[in-house]
Write a protein that binds this ligand. Structure first.
Ligand code: NAD
Length: 455
């Protein structure tokens, strides 16, 4: 498999894809050895994962360069990603004992009723490329803490980072038989679906997630799907600083070149501030530097996948045809690499592709709404349900709106953020299950109920 730098289109490495045989072998090894890992104390497992985090810090610069070389994201954002992954590992390891230890629920003189959180066994983690450290950590860290063995398949667009993660895991002290990496694309993924894992945890697109769900439901084991989004954001007319709000919202839409599952993908603005908001938003977008990912001060760089450019062109053309105003951008940049101009489309309506399908690129649609009621209707008019945001100076107003939105996360005066202390979960086509938080720690366990009666 060739690894291509999306900013230069040069082949930067060749890696060997796993075959049916090596995948089967890895699975058998993990199956055979998993119970040994359960015998390692939780304290020791925590220490090992904390060592993994220290290694991420020690090697951060080199790891960031590798991540940027294969995904095209700005180098400073790669550094941020590694710091963010460490922050998640910190929370997960610091809270593991609290949420994974046996829990006494009721006790009397004669009987103790207790829950023990047993590992699932061997779990399959098929992962995405847009934040390989973050989305990887969400799954393999709590899974290992809970005593599972993990077969980890990084995306074919983040193979080098996958190999780095693999190396550091072993260096940190996770036994080779307990964390095994499978390299490859859809064919390798397909092979994994043929094996009787004790849990399947997938991060990626709705299309693949939906397919995987159908394929593996026959095993009757836990399935976690962290899928795409079409996340709406509403700017109410009582915001005090329109320019500051526009800058914050623009960052939420365009960070990582718009390739975030929780990127702002649709903006609705109250009619009273619609034109000034758009003006401030476009001014912010035009102030960004577009360039090579390693350049200082760069904000927009190359997309990771070439084929996404066609999707963006389709969204722009469809929106213009249906009456949107193109305020900036709109096309591929005439240079090597997969660069697309940051693009703003105003007067966007919910029948446009840019307001319906995940764009996953540096492009945004902005629509006008008459009042909060219309905002709620249009925000909910989607097949997805990952996050939703409201900017307003009134907490009560924002919360009232967010309570009516069918999404796993609500933001007031912020967006495009994830906290390890809170559950990360999608609704509708954005997925099922939760990672992160105490719920995400227990996602990789199955409860055993103990009724312990003294003789
Ligand atoms: P993708 O669906 O193309 O691929 C994801 C993974 O699935 C890759 O490892 C790929 O090799 C594998 N795969 C592809 N076909 C397969 C098959 N038939 N069987 C088994 N495995 C298969 O997604 P992507 O492009 O890597 O990721 C981008 C998507 O992920 C976006 O939709 C984004 O919103 C979503 N995402 C969601 C979250 C979240 O937390 N909800 C986080 C990050 C990304």
């Amino acid at each position: 498999m060739q690894v291509v730098n999306p900013a230069t289109e040069a082949v930067i490495a060749t890696v060997e894809e796993d075959s049916k045989e090596t995948i089967q072998q890895k699975f058998s090894t993990a199956r055979k050895e998993q119970s040994q890992w359960t015998k390692v104390s939780l304290r020791e497992r925590i220490k090992i994962l904390q060592r993994f985090s220290s290694l991420l810090q020690e090697r951060a610069e080199q790891l960031s360069k590798t991540l940027t070389a294969e995904t095209g994201k700005p180098l400073w954002q790669s550094r941020n990603e590694i710091a963010g992954a460490r922050n998640r590992i910190k929370w997960l390891t610091e809270n593991a004992e609290k949420y994974l230890s046996d829990e006494i629920m009721q006790q009397s003189d004669s009987i103790t009723e207790m829950i023990s959180y047993e590992p699932l066994g061997v779990i399959c983690n098929i992962s995405a490329w847009n934040y390989p450290y973050l989305v990887g950590v969400n799954v393999f860290v709590p899974a290992l803490l809970a005593g599972n063995a993990v077969i980890y398949k990084p995306s074919e667009y983040a193979s080098l980072t996958g190999l780095e993660i693999d190396k550091l895991m072993i260096e940190a002290g996770v036994p080779r038989e307990i964390f095994l990496t499978v390299l490859g694309g859809p064919a390798a993924g397909e092979q994994l679906l043929q094996l009787p894992f004790n849990g399947f945890f997938f991060t990626g697109s709705y299309k693949t997630g939906n397919y995987i769900y159908q394929q593996v439901s026959k095993y009757k084991v836990p399935i976690g799907l962290e899928l795409g989004g079409k996340d709406p954001l509403y700017v109410a007319d009582d915001v005090s600083d329109i320019a500051a709000v526009a800058a914050s919202v623009a960052d939420g839409a365009f960070y990582n070149n718009g390739q975030s599952c929780c990127a702002v993908e649709r903006i609705y603005v109250h009619k009273n501030i619609y034109e000034p908001f758009i003006e401030a938003f476009v001014a912010e977008v035009k102030s960004w530097k577009v360039g090579m990912p390693e350049e200082d001060g760069v904000y927009i760089t190359a997309l990771t996948r070439k084929q996404q450019i066609e999707v963006l062109e389709k969204h722009v053309n469809d929106a213009i045809k249906k009456g949107a105003r193109l305020l900036c951008g709109g096309k591929r940049l005439p240079r090597p690499g997969y660069f697309f101009e940051p693009t703003v489309l105003a007067d966007a309506t919910n029948d446009m592709l840019v307001m319906r399908e995940e764009s996953f690129g540096p492009i945004i649609g902005i629509g006008i709404v008459q009042d909060d009621e219309e905002a709620v209707i249009r925000m909910n008019d989607t097949d997805y349900g990952l996050t939703a945001a409201v900017y307003s100076s009134s907490e009560a107003r924002a919360k009232n709106i967010l309570a009516q939105i069918d999404a796993g996360t609500g933001y007031w005066n912020c967006c495009d953020r994830v906290s390890p202390a809170l559950p990360w979960s999608g609704r509708k086509n954005s997925g099922i299950g939760s990672t992160l938080s105490h719920i995400g720690l227990r996602t990789f366990t199955r409860p055993k109920a103990y009724h312990l009666k003294k003789a």
